[in-house]
Design a protein around this ligand. Structure first.
Ligand SMILES: [Zn+2]
Ligand SMILES: [Zn+2]
Length: 97
């Protein structure tokens, strides 16, 4: 995992934010109503915006997704510039795609 992302995903601020967003959505995937697993950033996190809470901790930039929908999201919109990162329910990096 990239250092900048690691620090962010392990931060208390993110863990709290992630948890309250998850609860707000009742743990359901926003796209298919399946089991929500991953709180996805609509605007992907980059070294440029990682310290900007308006992006990283803003509910308007978050989406609760199940594993399938999250995979699709990153495959459909994959761009080498964006460097798709995948995280598990705890916000740990599980795979880079
Ligand atoms: Zn889904
Ligand atoms: Zn994502």
């Amino acid at each position: 995992m990239k250092e900048y992302a690691k620090k962010f995903y392990q931060s208390t601020a993110w863990k709290k934010c992630r948890k309250s967003y998850f609860n707000l959505k009742h743990g359901l995937c926003e796209r298919c109503q399946g089991t929500g697993k991953i709180v996805h950033h609509k605007l992907y996190i980059t070294p440029q915006n990682i310290n900007d809470p308006d992006i990283t901790l803003n509910f308007n930039n978050l989406e609760l997704l199940c594993q399938d929908c999250h995979n699709k999201e990153h495959h459909d919109k994959y761009s080498p510039v964006v460097d798709g990162l995948m995280f598990d329910a705890d916000g740990s990096l599980v795979q880079r795609c």
